[in-house]
Ligand binder design. Structure first.
Ligand code: GDP
Ligand code: MN
Length: 378
């Protein structure tokens, strides 16, 4: 679950990280009132569950309440990467001398949370990571102790921080590490952590991603979910208990089992295609779940072929086939589909699909190549 910037900064603040004391506004009038109350310059910030708001024009510094109102009019209702802006955060504007990146992310390869920092933070951090990886310091955290004092100092010196700021930085880094560990976050990021004109540090932006599987033990965090602001396809997937992750390719994938789904994506890539999504319908998927999954896959406009890779174990092939036929009865689509069904009740499954006029395949290689060919015909 992604938290909004304002929610993330409130959590940071509870862990001793200095943040601007701003206010949320849902209309230009509310933005005016908030700016007036804060006095002086403010920054008007789109609250959407995606990054890159600055580059999209969703972050503006206003000198007067009137200007804040005008920017709010501009930003509210704007769409950023497909997310509509319903509210803006009005923060007192900061006088920024330097933008530092400070984050904690779960590194699944080493099975540790890793703290990452760079003196070259701000809106181009992805570019820095790609072109100058040596400017980025990475320190793995101990799973029970979190960030140790000496590690906080290691990071501060590693990014060449002014020695006068090291103590303050260490408090923030430890606060971030504690926030992540106590809230079962898989990511928390401050970008920028700004060095201000007055020489102090402040977290001007915040992002937290909570592990969905941990939400039952954090009812307070679960309550922060802003359903209306989430990605529609991912929301639908969660409602039907499907694991769905949108990707950049053109071949929609529906697979039962996470490992098989990964293998399917690999094989598509091996044959020169690109998967449009990861989707695991899970074991024992019933027809209506399959139908929901197909609707979600087809809601992505870049999908121009769909590959079903079903290994019937607990999930019965005839049940999945019935789901596909049911879904196709509800959805009007011309997207070509290739189905590979093997395992429990595969003969029954194939017989059901024969009536649905779909391409079938016996091996995964064959299925992937057929799907790629079909996607190129479109
Ligand atoms: P993002 O683009 O979604 O990461 O949004 P940010 O909150 O990081 O804002 C983007 C950029 O706006 C930052 O990198 C800063 O350069 C600038 N910015 C954000 N807040 C302030 C502020 O209070 N004062 C000033 N002058 N610039 C700000
Ligand atoms: Mn940012």
């Amino acid at each position: 679950m992604n938290l909004h910037e304002y929610q993330s900064k409130r959590i940071f603040s509870q862990y001793g990280i200095p943040t601007p004391q701003g206010e949320l506004a849902q209309s230009p009038d509310e933005a005016y009132a908030a700016a007036k109350q804060l006095g002086g310059r403010v920054v008007v910030k789109a609250q959407v569950l995606t990054g890159g708001r600055g580059k999209a024009g969703g972050v503006k510094v206003a000198k007067t309440p009137e200007e804040a109102q005008a920017y709010a009019t501009q930003i509210l209702g704007m769409s950023i990467k497909g997310f509509k802006v319903e509210q803006v955060l009005i923060d007192p504007a900061a006088n920024i001398k330097q933008e530092i990146y400070l984050g904690v992310v779960l590194d699944r390869a080493i099975e540790r949370l890793v703290m990452i920092s760079s003196a070259a933070g701000g809106m181009d951090i992805e570019e820095v990571a790609r072109t100058a990886p040596d400017k980025i310091v990475r320190i793995p955290l101990d799973p029970s102790l979190g960030l140790a004092d000496f590690q906080a100092k290691q990071i501060a010196f590693g990014i060449g921080l002014d020695p006068a700021l090291v103590k303050e930085f260490a408090v923030i880094a430890k606060g971030l590490s504690n926030a992540v560990m106590s809230s079962d976050a898989t990511l928390a990021e401050i970008n920028p952590l700004a060095v201000l004109g007055d020489g102090h540090l402040m977290a001007l932006d915040g992002k937290i991603v909570i592990d969905d599987n941990a939400l039952p033990r954090h009812p307070d965090l679960a309550a922060l979910r802003d359903v209306g602001a989430e990605d529609v396809a991912e929301m639908e997937a969660r409602r039907h208990d499907l694991s769905y992750v949108k990707l950049d390719g053109t071949i929609g994938c529906m697979v039962n089992g996470a490992g098989l789904a990964m293998a399917t994506m690999d094989v598509i890539k091996y044959f020169g295609g690109a998967p449009a999504n990861f989707l695991d319908i899970g074991g024992g998927a019933q027809a209506d779940k399959v139908a929901a999954a197909l609707r979600i896959i087809l809601s992505d406009a870049s999908v121009n072929a769909v590959l079903f890779n079903i290994f019937g174990g607990i999930t019965r092939c005839d049940e999945v086939a019935r789901g596909i036929v049911q879904a196709l009865g509800q959805i009007n689509t011309k997207v070509p589909m290739v189905v590979r069904l093997v395992g429990t009740n595969e003969a029954e499954g194939r017989a059901i699909l024969a009536s649905a006029n779909m391409e079938t395949a016996t091996t995964l290689s064959e299925a992937a190549q057929k799907a790629i060919a079909a996607s190129k015909r479109v």
